[in-house]
Structures are given as C-alpha cells and as structure tokens.
Design a protein around this ligand. Structure first.
Ligand code: SAH
Ligand code: SF4
Length: 350
C-alpha cells in the first residue's frame, strides 16, 4: 500500500494527524507553509520542524506522489511535457506552456478518461482512475518548483490535461480550493480554468459554488448528430441541455464561459457549423457572455481526422465575428512533442 499523499490532507486532517503524533496543532500551518509556499517536497528540509517530527512525517506520508518518467521539450522550447507516474503506476500528464509572459500549467484530473471522445488521445487510452485532490494540486506545485528554480513563476492553471474534471468533481474542487487558499498555494482563482466536455450535473453544481475559477466547455460541434459522433457523452447530455446549463451559469454568476472548438478538416469547420453555432448562442443564451476558442486539431494515433487549414479557420472565425461573437484562434502548441491531451501517456502505454 502506498503511503497517503500529504497534499490530500486538509488543515483539519493535518492537525488531527499531528495530535496523534503528540505534536501541537500549530505545526499544521507550518507544514502547509513548507509545502505550498516554500514548495518543499522533502520533510527533512522543513528545517523549522523538530528532527523527530520530520522523520515521523517522512514515514507516514508521501511528499512526492509524482515520479517523472519522461519529459519532452518542443523544438521551440516553449512547451514542456511531463509524463508522471503515481505510486500505483497510473500515468499522469502535465504540460507547461510558455507564451510571451504567460506560464501556463495544463494539469490532469484523471489518469485516462472514460468519456472516449473520438479525436482525443486520452479518450483513446481508456480510463485508469481518478486522481485525488492532492495529486491534482501536486502537478501545479511540481511545475511551480521548476519555474522557481529559474526565478520564474506560474501565471495560469488550466484543468485541460487528461480526464474529465466533472467526473471527479470533489477532488477537482478540493484541488482548486487548496491552490487558491491563502494558507495553501495562494494562486488567484481567476487565473484557473476548468474545462468540461459538458457533464451537466457538474456544470450545475459548479454554478452553485459561485467560484471565481473560469469555466470552459468543449463544444466542437453545433448539432447533436455530429457532436454525438465526436463526443459520445453528448447522447446523455445533448446540446440543448448543455446550453441550458450554460445559460443558468451565466445568469447566476454573471461570468463568462469559453467554448472550445478543435477545428477538424472537413468535419466541423464548415460555414454551416459556424452559423449553426451562432444561432444556438443567440437562441439559447439570454446574455451571450461567451468567448469561442478555435484551435487546430492535434493529430492522434487512431483518429483519422486532421487539422483544418488556416484559411478555413479564418473564414470560420470571421463568420462568428460578423455574428458579433468574441472569438480567438489559438495556436497549436507542442505538436512536435504530441503535447495534446493524453498523447504522451497514450504512447507510453502502447
Ligand atoms: N475532459 C475535459 C478536459 C480535458 S480535454 C474536456 O474534454 O473539456 C481538454 C481540451 O482538449 C478539450 O477541449 C478537448 O476537447 C481538447 N482536445 C482533446 N483532444 C484534442 C486534440 N486531439 N486536438 C485538439 N484538442 C483536443
Ligand atoms: Fe475525456 Fe476530455 Fe479527452 Fe473527451 S476530450 S476523452 S472528455 S479528456
């Protein structure tokens, strides 16, 4: 049995663990300072703790739940991808993207994914298990530690790696909580984004949180026939239901939603799809507080489709712009190192 992960303990959990060790509860805050602010992942280096406690902590908990198995750096050095192993051998991918002044961590919420989207490498590898909140947060701390060594720090965190966040709701919320908490990592919630494939009960629950964390929905198609072919869970939560949940979110929180759209040549990049999307937004959302992100598809092993041509993406974008919708064309990042979600672990599993 692997030791429990120290990052999974709340302040109260840590306090009671300390009590059992015969230590005063104020040590809990000290330990959290060491973990989340000083980014120390070895109890022996927590020099403000007594030596006996350091040793005992090391025997009771794992401080390094993520073992780096492989790394890949893109030719332009702007994208760095890590394949981690959890203590039970489950693979986890984490990507660091540098872009101008942005340092974005793209983190995973599950090892693999059960949703099985046709174009997604994680979907193609299947589902292994959900990550714990501590394992999700630890990915951010790992990248923050690497950047800190170079005098740099993270500017954004996106939960867009492996897995479906809203099929692991509690762990995801506890991770964003400890990452944003003042007595945790202290990272602004507004600089984090959760991306969901459209798990409606999760969107509804998240609406009720009134969280400052941003919400992105992976849309990729504007009609149910096409979307169900790409994203099987659309049969459970069809577009009308997803849009209803989005409308509720916008009305209740007055916050913007991002719609993600991977441009697949000849599949979802037609003028008709762009008009269809604009119609849906106009008809279903009382206040179209949306931003559409278009990005060329990353090729994956078993999906036949490829990225749309730049001209095609541009005409799609201009239709949306004419419809008065905010829309950004994103760059394909780290294509040479297969930095798309699940691509590195998928290859390692093979
Ligand atoms: N499960 C969540 C979050 C992880 S996937 C979700 O689906 O939203 C993060 C994003 O990567 C999603 O928008 C997903 O549709 C997109 N994606 C997956 N495979 C891709 C590929 N091959 N090319 C481009 N985007 C991809
Ligand atoms: Fe899962 Fe998201 Fe990949 Fe679909 S796109 S298989 S939901 S990780």
């Amino acid at each position: 049995m692997p030791l429990p992960c120290i990052y999974d303990l709340s302040l109260a959990d840590l306090q009671s663990a300390l009590q059992e060790m015969g230590e005063p509860p104020f040590r809990a805050r000290q330990i959290r300072q060491n973990l989340f602010r000083r980014l120390i992942d070895d109890p022996e280096r927590m020099t403000d703790l007594p030596a006996g406690l350091r040793a005992e902590l090391g025997r009771a908990f794992t401080f390094r739940p993520l073992e780096v198995e492989r790394q890949a750096v893109s030719a332009d050095k702007q994208t760095r991808k890590f394949l981690f192993r959890l203590p039970d051998g489950a693979p986890v991918e984490t990507v660091l993207m540098l872009y101008e002044r942005r340092r974005t961590a793209c983190i995973s919420t599950q090892s693999g994914c059960a949703v099985g989207c046709a174009f997604c490498a994680t979907g193609q590898m299947g589902f292994r298990r959900s990550l714990t909140g501590g394992e999700i947060a630890a990915q951010v701390l790992s990248l923050a530690r690497m950047l800190e060594a170079k005098g740099d720090d993270l500017s954004n965190v996106v939960l867009m790696g492996m897995g479906e966040p809203f099929l692991n709701y509690d762990a995801v919320l506890s991770a964003v909580q400890v990452l944003s908490a003042e007595d945790g990592f202290g990272f602004g919630a507004r600089r984090m984004t959760i991306s969901t494939v459209g798990v409606v009960p999760g969107i509804r629950r998240f609406t009720g949180e009134h969280s400052q964390v941003n919400l992105a929905i992976s849309l990729h198609a504007a009609d149910d026939e096409l979307r169900s072919r790409l994203i099987p869970i659309n049969r459970t939560y069809p577009l009308a239901v997803v849009f209803e949940a989005c409308d509720e979110y916008i009305r209740e929180t007055n916050r913007r939603i991002s719609f993600e759209w991977a441009m697949i040549e000849g599949v979802n990049d037609s003028a008709a799809q762009a008009h269809h999307l604009a119609d849906r937004i106009r008809k279903s959302l009382h206040k179209p507080l949306v931003h559409i992100n278009l990005l060329p598809l990353n090729r994956t092993r078993t999906y036949k489709g490829g990225p749309s041509q730049a001209a095609r993406i541009e005409s799609f974008r201009s239709i949306l712009a004419e419809e008065g919708l905010a829309c950004t064309v994103r760059l394909a990042r780290g294509v040479d190192i297969a930095a798309g979600c699940g691509q590195l672990a998928g290859a390692a599993e093979k």
